[in-house]
Write a protein that binds this ligand. Structure first.
Ligand SMILES: Cc1cc2nc3c(=O)[nH]c(=O)nc-3n(C[C@H](O)[C@H](O)[C@H](O)COP(=O)(O)OP(=O)(O)OC[C@H]3O[C@@H](n4cnc5c(N)ncnc54)[C@H](O)[C@@H]3O)c2cc1C
Length: 483
């Protein structure tokens, strides 16, 4: 019996395991290795707080690409959602912990012992995978765990999600070990909330800042939050789509960055003139973004990252309308202050901290904070990874950073490319590790397709392997449903 080991048990690893189990016609052992975050839930869906909502409407959150209504049907089967009319349920932004329950229940279905209908078995191991050692005898490899155990594997999938959060780069120093500095927004900072007479400083103004703000509100904390980011932009709100004529050329991937920029500018301006949300332009592009990205030259990609990516992310990663309203009210009332600048340092000041911020005009500003929460997002430069598994794989030459150093090099069939430029016969990757390759590879609407395709690929016979497992644009249209 073949063994497939999946490293990472968040959405990506869990759904890859579920797809392997449901698609395999032959006996297969699937080993799901996961640590730190609860199995099935990963970072996003392990929150236990009901104010943390999905940022995608329920109708587009099926985990199974060939069953678009799957999540809605599952919600209907739960007593707390069963009475809601279908149109209301479709548009709901459900608590993320409920989505974690959904993923766990999907996995649970395939944990049953092998029978003739389900010839695959899933084994769960709670441990950190720290290395992969190729066999000198055959084409298999051992996945090495932090407790020293080894899992002999025929195929291995890296589904490890984002790199851990990054900070301003001085995290090794004493000051950053201050109890009131929280390096990870998902860490337990709730027990350290200061008196409302002090500020809470949040580095970052993206989705994890919004989560921290919501939790502080729910806990009744009434002090001031100062949220700092280079661009000072907060996530935008979801909105209702309108009828707007198709404006993309037949092959949008062929127009290049300059052509795409002028097309988007024209239509954003037109939508603004019509009093409509220009975010619609980004939604229309969504089924094509991966292809457009892959066609860009390296210079175009670098230019995009430097000049447009921050704005793109703000428009693309939107939040539910009621949450946006709560945040903008708090800003209007002065409870949240958004400040442009970058966090350079923190200094201990008794039981509190002082945050050193470089403002856009180059000045230095000192902001006192009773608590500092780092919400700046995952570490960006892959080659400087602090993750032991990736340090070892880089050293062995089993993986190589992509040309933008955002993740690793992966082929269109999900196989990992090694330091000699050769596609691996056993090592696969999906999700955030493919960010440099695909750009959009973060949310469920992209990951569910990947989890199914990579599963198909890993159980494919050698004659199938010539196939390119990228989704066609038509399939992407179906899988994206309608955002
Ligand atoms: C706060 C937040 C909210 C979000 N909300 C939404 C949303 O509403 N809708 C949406 O579509 N997307 C949302 N996303 C995007 C989200 O990233 C994806 O939906 C998805 O959860 C990513 O799953 P993943 O498995 O790729 O990564 P992760 O969730 O990060 O899971 C990776 C898992 O692998 C484990 N792991 C990593 N390395 C190892 C190792 N060496 N050994 C063992 N285990 C390892 C990690 O501990 C973790 O448990 C959100 C993201 C965040 C952070």
């Amino acid at each position: 019996m073949k063994t497939v080991t999946i490293i990472g048990g968040g959405f990506s690893g869990t759904m890859a395991a579920v797809n392997l189990a449901r698609l395999s016609d032959e006996a297969l052992k699937i080993v799901l290795v996961n640590d730190r975050h609860p199995l099935g839930r990963g970072i996003a869906y392990s929150t236990t707080r009901s104010e943390h909502l999905l940022n995608v409407a329920a109708r587009n959150m099926s985990a199974v690409p060939d069953h678009p209504g799957h999540f809605l049907e599952w919600l209907h089967s739960r007593s707390d959602f069963s009475d809601l009319p279908e149109p209301q349920l479709r548009e709901m932004y459900v608590p993320r912990r409920v989505y974690g329950d959904y993923l766990r229940s999907l996995l649970q279905n395939y944990l049953a012992p092998i029978d003739s209908h389900h010839p695959a078995e899933i084994e769960i191991i709670e441990a950190e995978a720290v290395d992969i050692v190729p066999s000198s005898q055959d084409d298999s490899a051992d996945v090495v765990l932090d407790n020293g155990d080894k899992i002999a594997s025929d195929r291995i999938l890296l589904a490890t999600g984002n790199q851990p959060p990054a900070g301003p780069g001085r995290e090794e120093t004493e000051e950053f070990r201050h109890p009131q500095y929280c390096p990870d927004p998902w860490g337990n900072w709730r027990k350290r909330i200061p008196d409302s007479s002090e500020n809470i400083v949040i580095a970052g103004t993206g989705l994890s800042m919004v989560d921290s703000f919501l939790t502080l509100e729910e806990l009744g904390w009434r002090g001031q939050i100062i949220a700092i980011s280079r661009n000072g932009m907060i996530p935008q709100s979801h909105f209702r789509g309108i009828d707007y004529p198709d404006f993309l050329p037949e092959n949008p991937e062929s127009v290049g960055l300059a052509g795409m920029y002028s097309l988007l500018k024209t239509h954003c301006e037109q939508l603004t003139r019509l009093g409509e949300n220009p975010g619609l332009v980004v939604d229309r592009l969504r089924p094509f973004t991966q292809r457009i990205w892959q066609k860009f030259s390296i210079e175009e990609k670098q230019h995009f990252l430097k000049h447009y990516a921050a704005r793109w992310n703000v428009i693309r990663h939107r939040i539910a309308q009621p949450i946006h309203q709560r945040l903008t009210e708090a800003i209007t009332e002065g409870r949240v202050k958004v400040q442009r600048g970058s966090l350079k340092d923190v200094r201990g000041h008794g039981e509190s901290l002082e945050v050193v911020v470089k403002t856009p005009d180059g000045d230095q500003q000192i902001i006192p904070g009773g608590l500092v929460i780092n919400c700046t997002g995952p570490n960006a430069g892959f080659s400087h990874t602090k993750v032991k598994l990736f340090q070892n794989l880089l050293q062995r030459g089993l993986i190589i950073p992509d040309e933008l150093d955002m993740g690793i090099q992966v082929g269109p069939d999900f196989t990992v490319i090694d330091a000699n430029g050769v596609s691996s016969s056993k090592l696969y990757a999906m999700g955030a590790l493919m960010k440099g390759t695909l750009w959009e590879t973060i949310a469920v609407p992209e990951l569910r397709g990947q989890a199914m395709r990579v599963a198909e690929m890993m159980i494919a016979t050698s004659t199938d392997q010539d196939r390119d497992y990228r989704l066609s644009v038509e399939e992407e249209h179906v899988i994206e449903y309608y955002i």
